[in-house]
Design a protein around this ligand. Structure first.
Ligand SMILES: [Zn+2]
Length: 462
C-alpha cells in the first residue's frame, strides 16, 4: 500500500461541528484520511501531543500593499502573509481597490502583480468599486465567473462612496449573477458635518475621530443598506461591524428573515474608545473607521457572535507606521491615516478572549475564524474545514502556551501593535498550508511566493 506523505498523530481535531481525537493523514496538498491509528501508514509522522488541530484561519478582510492618499500600507504580500501564517492564518482575501477610470479587469491585474511571487499563503481578492460607470457595471457578471464573486462598496469617504442608486443597481446585478456585495456602512453626511464642527472648535486630537463618527452614523447606514438590499432581494455582508447600535439593525433584519450577514474584528471586540485618550498622540494608533466604541458595544458584539447574528471575525489589517504615516495627522484627526494592524494575533486573541472567557465554544471558534468565511466567500469545502479532500491547511494549536502580544513577538512590518502587552493563553505552534509545514514554533520556514490565487465560487448566505 502506498503510504501517506505525512500523518499527524494524537491530535484533537476541531471542526465547526465536531471535536474528536484522531490521526490526520496528508497526501500531497490534501487531507487524505482522518481516523484512529494511521501512524503505520505515514512516511513521516508528526506528533501533535493532544493539542488542537484547527482548520487554518481565513482572514477575509486585509489591505496589503494598499496605496491611499499618497502613502502605502506598510505590509506587502510577503511580509503580511508571513505574519498571517505565523499567527495561524492560511488564507486571506484582500481588497483590490479600483481607481477612478480603471476597469475591474485592470484593477485585479494590478493586485495580482502585487501578490504573485510574494504571498506565502493562498489568497483571493474582493473588488472594491468606487467608479460604477456602465462599462464597469457590465463587467460584474464576468468577474463573478472568473472567481471574484464579492464586491465592496462604500457609503462614506469622498472619492470612494457611492450613492444609494448605485448601490441598488450593484446589489441587483451581483445577486442576479450569484455574487455578493460587502458594504462599509457609515453615514457620510453625518460624519462630514461633525468633522467640520469639531475642527471649527479647534478639536483636532485623535479622540475626536471617534466623536466624528458616532455609532448613530453606522446604525443609520447599516439600516439603510439592509433596506436597499431588501428592495432587490439581494444578500448583504456588512464589513467591520463595530457598535451595538448597528448590531441591533443586523439582528432585526435576520429576525425578519433577510439575507444579511456581518463581520466584526478583534479591535472592536477587545479595545474601547478609551484608547484614543492615550497621551502624546498615541491615540492615533487606534484611528480606524468605524472607530473603537465604548465597552458596552464589545459585550454586545461577543453576544452577537455567540448567538449567530455575526458570522465572521476578520481583521481589517490595514497597517500604517506610527512614525512617518500616522504622524501625518498631528494637525488634525481627519488627516490621520485610517487603519490598524492585526493580521497575526487574530487566532490567538479570539481564542483567549472567546474560549478562555467561556463566551464561545471550540466549534464556534472554528466557525467564525475559518468555516463561515470559507462558506460565505465561495471557498468551502476546499478551505475552512478539516475533511477528506479538503486542502491540508491546518494549525496545531497549544491551548496552554502563554504569550504576551508585543510588536517584537509579531512579524507584521509595522512599528506598533494595538494589542501591545495583552496576555494570551493559547497560540499556534505549527502552521501547515496545503500539506507543507511553513511555520514551526513561531518561525516562518516556507518559501516566498508559494501562495496560490484562489478562484472562488458562489457565495453562500448563512
Ligand atoms: Zn477595510
Amino acid at each position: 500500500m502506498k503510504k501517506f506523505d505525512l500523518v499527524i498523530t494524537k491530535g484533537t481535531i476541531v471542526t465547526a461541528s465536531d471535536i474528536f481525537q484522531a490521526d490526520l493523514a496528508i497526501q500531497g496538498d490534501k487531507i487524505a484520511a482522518i481516523g484512529p491509528s494511521l501512524a503505520p501508514f505515514g512516511n513521516r509522522l508528526m506528533d501533535a501531543g493532544g493539542k488542537y488541530l484547527f482548520p487554518g484561519g481565513i482572514d477575509v478582510h486585509t489591505h496589503l500593499d494598499m496605496p491611499s492618499g499618497g502613502i502605502v500600507t506598510s505590509d506587502d504580500f510577503y511580509t503580511g502573509t508571513v505574519a498571517a501564517a505565523c499567527g495561524g492564518t492560511t488564507t486571506i482575501i484582500d481588497f483590490a481597490n479600483q481607481s477612478p477610470g480603471e476597469s475591474l479587469e485592470e484593477t485585479v491585474d494590478i493586485w495580482h502583480r502585487k501578490a504573485e511571487g510574494k504571498a506565502v499563503i493562498d489568497y483571493s481578492f474582493h473588488i472594491t468599486v468606487c467608479d460604477m460607470r456602465d462599462s464597469v457595471f457590465n463587467e460584474i457578471p464576468d468577474m463573478i465567473r472568473r472567481g471574484y464573486p464579492s464586491f465592496k462598496l462604500f457609503t462614506t469617504y469622498d472619492g470612494l462612496r457611492v450613492e444609494d442608486g448605485v448601490l441598488i443597481r450593484a446589489l441587483k446585478q451581483t445577486r442576479e449573477h450569484g455574487g455578493i456585495v460587502c458594504v462599509h456602512a457609515e453615514n457620510h453626511h453625518m460624519i462630514q458635518y461633525l468633522v467640520k464642527e469639531l475642527l471649527t472648535e479647534g478639536k483636532t486630537a485623535p479622540q475626536y475621530h471617534a466623536l466624528s463618527r458616532p455609532a448613530l452614523a453606522e446604525q443609520e447606514a447599516v439600516a439603510r443598506v439592509i433596506r436597499l438590499g431588501q428592495l432587490v432581494e439581494a444578500p448583504i455582508y456588512i464589513v467591520h461591524l463595530s457598535s451595538r447600535e448597528a448590531l441591533g439593525e443586523i439582528s432585526r433584519a435576520r429576525r425578519e428573515g433577510l439575507p444579511v450577514m456581518a463581520e466584526t474584528c478583534p479591535q472592536y471586540l477587545l479595545l474601547s474608545d478609551k484608547y484614543y485618550l492615550e497621551p502624546d498622540f498615541q491615540g492615533a494608533k487606534y484611528v480606524m473607521s468605524p472607530p473603537l466604541r465604548p465597552w458596552e458595544s464589545q459585550e454586545e458584539l461577543w453576544k452577537g457572535i455567540a448567538g449567530g447574528a455575526i458570522q465572521v471575525v476578520a481583521t481589517d489589517h490595514c497597517p500604517y507606521n506610527y512614525k512617518g504615516q500616522k504622524d501625518l495627522g498631528r494637525e488634525a484627526f481627519n488627516r490621520i491615516p485610517n487603519g490598524s494592524p492585526g493580521i497575526e494575533a487574530r487566532m490567538s486573541l479570539i481564542y483567549n478572549y472567546g474560549i478562555n472567557e467561556q463566551i464561545i465554544d471550540l466549534c464556534k471558534y472554528v466557525e467564525i475564524t475559518a468555516t463561515n468565511p470559507a462558506k460565505i466567500f465561495g471557498l468551502y469545502p476546499q478551505k475552512g474545514t478539516l475533511g477528506v479532500g479538503s486542502d491540508a491547511d491546518i494549525i496545531i494549536f497549544d491551548p496552554n502556551l502563554e504569550k504576551t502580544i508585543s510588536k517584537d513577538l509579531l512579524h507584521e512590518r509595522v512599528d506598533y501593535t494595538p494589542y501591545q502587552g495583552m496576555e494570551v493563553k493559547g497560540y499556534p505552534v505549527a502552521t501547515i498550508a496545503r500539506g507543507e509545514l511553513i511555520v514551526e514554533e513561531g518561525r516562518f520556514i516556507g518559501k516566498q511566493g508559494r501562495g496560490n490565487f484562489l478562484r472562488r465560487s458562489h457565495p453562500v448566505v448563512l
